[in-house]
Design a protein around this ligand. Structure first.
Ligand SMILES: Nc1ncnc2c1ncn2[C@@H]1O[C@H](COP(=O)(O)OP(=O)(O)OP(=O)(O)O)[C@@H](O)[C@H]1O
Ligand SMILES: [Mg+2]
Length: 506
């Protein structure tokens, strides 16, 4: 088979960073090609060059034998290239249908017949298998639903080449399945798909071939993915063997630190009670939408509870007020760190040092030398890839931004209870193990930690105990000695009769 999409000697530098050096590889027609690498390895940069958004310093992209020298996103679009970026591109103020329409007829500016638009879009979404209301404003949709709209846009445009940059990072397992089915269909039509992900399971499931980037260089190219193994790819990515990324070990647990008694709220049909001891890591597992994040928000006071009490070291925490929760020693690191956390135009160091506590106060950034030093420690610990701690956070790769915001919460002093939602989303396999180490250190110092995750291997890998949630209820409470993948998964599935037939992400 002939190469349909070809990258030849692509290089790209930013001030202080060589993001890509001399990258060459090709993809056959109708193939799904994976792109993996650590945070900051250059994946999104390559995708941005393919999208016409940014020019390469040197090198050529060839599509179907024709060298492309496009200068803009429009040129790339006309050449049949559609890219779904890591950071979503939809216009939040417009409806789903309007957003899709914008993409479908980019040149058109005339008056749109609303009824026809809604009907057409609804029909097309049904065909593709996406369940969103075309008349809903994008701003009102969950991140997962937005992602699906973005993907629908690419499918509807009939591209020759589609690049997806971490498309499943905010999708539920059901949404992911819809996406995978779409990818299979596109593949059958001969579309070339470039697929960026940190999830090896997805790469092995979907891809025919793949490329590994490391520090902007081509670390490996596998023309037949079937001939290679996961551990080989991991070591190609990180440049070292990682035998046990979890690194869990027995910890002495102290007295009860956090007690939650009959906590209830609008999104929890049944009150929830549990406690966490000093030094304990309690995992909350469930499918997306199982109520874990809702539980965390109620616990922390970000949402109003309808009943129940929360206490830390025997002292009741005032309800429905995050500030008072923080004063009582509890912080919540939210799942949606990107939207809730990044302070644009500020350095990496400031973004860590601001401290989640002061983030709420009007005093703003007080960057003392001690805090800067602490920030630098976390930049190193979390392996944030940057030429300088003074770099503006917006210039970091997506995963490195995640690490910085995570660093803000992890470096917070005087915390007794840490609630952390999806700690490693978008983070590469090498840095994951560093994050787990930090959690163990914090636990060993007496913190009670609640980790919410949709990745079963992660929850099983790092927790001392797991509470499984399903449809807003606690479905199981499992001590580490009794961890069993199948049992936990079964408890998490809404329709228990189909247990085993379904599998979840990762
Ligand atoms: N506008 C910019 N200015 C300066 N440096 C940049 C800019 N954009 C990207 N970089 C740097 O280029 C390198 C590659 O970034 P890129 O976004 O391609 O990484 P990535 O592989 O997509 O990582 P991730 O898995 O975190 O998304 C990083 O070191 C990043 O900090
Ligand atoms: Mg990226």
């Amino acid at each position: 088979m002939m190469a349909f999409l070809e990258f030849s000697n692509i290089s790209k530098g930013y001030p202080g960073v060589q993001a890509l050096s001399d990258i060459s590889f090709s993809v056959e027609k109708g193939a799904v090609h994976g792109l993996m690498g650590e945070n900051g390895a250059g994946k999104s940069t390559l995708i941005r060059i393919l999208s016409g958004d940014q020019p390469a310093d040197t090198g050529t992209i060839t599509i179907d034998g024709q060298a492309q020298n496009y200068r803009s996103v429009r040129d790339a679009f006309n050449a049949g290239v559609i890219v779904i970026h890591q950071e979503l591109q939809l216009v939040p103020e417009l409806t789903v249908a309007e957003n899709l329409w914008l993409g479908r007829f980019p040149a058109r500016s005339g008056i749109i017949d609303r009824r026809t638009l809604m009907d057409t879009v609804r029909k097309r979404l049904d065909e593709i298998g996406i369940d969103v209301d075309p008349s809903a404003k994008v701003a009102t949709l969950s991140i997962g639903a937005r992602q699906m709209v973005e993907i629908a846009k690419a499918v509807m445009l009939d591209a020759r080449v589609i690049a997806l940059d971490e498309p499943t990072s905010s999708l539920s397992s059901r949404e992911s399945e819809v996406l995978f089915a779409m990818i299979e269909k596109l593949k059958a039509k001969g579309t070339v798909i470039l697929y960026v992900s940190h999830r090896l399971d997805e790469i092995f499931r979907l891809c025919d071939s793949m490329t590994v980037l490391r520090d902007g260089k081509l670390a490996a190219n596998h023309t037949r993915l079937a001939d290679t193994s996961r551990s080989q790819i991991i070591s190609e990515m990180v440049g070292r063997e990682i035998s046990n990324i979890w690194g869990w070990r027995e910890r002495a647990l102290g007295e009860t630190r956090l007690t939650v008694d009959q906590l209830s709220g609008a999104k929890l049909p049944e009150p929830i009670s549990f406690s966490v001891r000093k030094g304990e890591i309690l995992g909350f597992f469930g499918l997306i939408g199982a109520g874990r994040s809702e539980m965390a928000r109620l616990l922390y006071g970000a949402d109003s509870r309808s009943g129940g009490t929360v206490s830390i070291d025997g002292e009741t925490v005032a309800p429905n007020d995050p500030k008072r929760s923080i004063n009582a020693g509890m912080v919540l690191c939210p799942e949606d760190r990107k939207f809730e956390g990044i302070i644009q135009g500020r350095s990496i160091r400031e973004n860590i040092a601001i401290s989640s506590r002061r983030h709420f106060s009007p005093m703003g950034i007080l960057n003392t030398r001690k805090e800067s030093a602490l920030a630098d420690t976390y930049i190193a610990k979390l392996r944030v890839r940057t030429p300088s701690a003074r770099q503006d956070i917006v210039n970091l790769s997506g995963g490195n931004q995640q690490k910085v915001i995570l660093g803000r919460w992890l470096s917070e002093q005087g915390i007794k209870v840490l609630v952390i939602d999806e700690p490693t989303r978008g983070i590469d396999v090498g840095a994951k193990s560093e994050i787990y180490e930090i959690l163990y250190e914090l636990a060993s110092s007496g913190m009670a930690i609640i980790v919410i995750s949709s990745e079963l291997p992660e929850v099983m890998g790092i927790s001392d105990r797991i509470m499984v949630m399903c449809e807003g209820r606690v479905a199981a409470d499992v001590p580490r000695a009794a961890f069993d993948e199948r049992a936990i998964l079964t408890a998490a599935l809404p329709d228990k009769s189909t247990a085993g037939a379904n599998s979840i992400q990762e």
